[in-house]
Design a protein around this ligand. Structure first.
Ligand code: BT5
Length: 247
């Protein structure tokens, strides 16, 4: 099988690497096609939120064609989170942790985010565009103060510039390895997720389009949903939303 690093297309600036990757995917680009840009002028987060993407960060999107059923799509975010935590730890030696569903934190601050956008037709996943944004060597002190949570950059957490290319290569290597295991060894992936999780065992509040679910985060299920036990002991599976760590 060809490695993901064989199909990297690089740009100085794009609107969003998600848009370029999506275009490639609909034109039939093979799995593992990677779009990387030095900056984005319309980078986006979930629910169309703005993602700040100046030069000095790592902004990429990967075309995936996973053979999983649509209800299991959250597994791709689990895969990406594990890949990012592993790769950031490998390259920088920092203590990168996973905050469900799509944040990578160091010292309680967001250093990276994940965005998955899927095309589904006839109840089949056609492709998933996996977007990854990492604040590597950028100045986050100029970011607006109304971010969802405090932001940081790898440079600030490890006290020096980080090699963006080395980080990209680590991500593509780890992503490929974990992706090959996605369908047959999901439990192993979840084991690593549990190890890096900064969510499990905490009291959390998840907001989902106006609705709140509060309780203790107890585990991930086989779909990649977070299991939250409420005060009555009832366990609810949550597939998406914004999570606040209460304690
Ligand atoms: C995310 O959304 O965290 C997903 C971020 C995915 C970005 C990548 S970059 C490559 C690819 N191309 C794209 O256009 N996107 C992907 P969410 O959890 O919804 O968080 C969005 C929120 O994070 C914003 O509303 C801000 O509050 C905050 N934010 C924006 N830019 C940030 C940054 N660079 N670092 C930390 N927080 C940021």
């Amino acid at each position: 099988m060809i490695s993901f690093s064989d199909k990297v297309e690089r740009f100085t600036i794009v609107s969003s690497t998600q848009d370029v990757a999506k275009k490639r995917a609909t034109e039939g680009a093979p799995e593992g096609t990677v779009i990387v840009a030095e900056s984005q002028d319309h980078g986006r987060g979930r629910l169309g939120r703005r993602w700040i993407s100046p030069p000095g960060g790592l902004w990429l999107s990967v075309v995936l064609r996973p053979s999983i059923n649509p209800p299991r799509l959250a597994r791709v975010t689990v895969l990406a989170a594990v890949t990012l935590a592993l790769s950031i730890r490998e390259v920088t030696g920092t203590d990168a942790g996973i905050k469900w569903p799509n944040d990578i934190l160091i010292n309680g601050k967001k250093v990276a985010g994940i965005l998955t956008e899927a095309a589904i037709s006839h109840n089949r996943v056609e492709h998933v565009i996996l977007g990854i944004g990492i604040n590597v060597n950028i100045d986050t002190s100029v970011f607006p103060h109304d971010l969802l949570m405090p932001a940081t950059a790898l440079r600030d957490e490890c006290g020096g510039e980080v090699d963006i290319e080395a980080l990209l290569m680590a991500i593509l290597k780890n992503l490929k390895r974990e992706y090959d295991l996605l369908g047959r060894s999901y439990e192993n992936l979840v084991d690593v997720w549990r190890k890096f999780s900064v969510t499990l065992g905490h009291k959390v509040k998840v907001s989902q389009t106006g609705r709140f679910i509060e309780g203790k985060a107890v585990d991930l299920d086989e779909d990649g949903a977070l299991l939250i036990k409420d005060e009555n002991g009832k366990v609810v599976a949550v597939y998406a939303g914004d999570l606040i760590l209460l304690r």
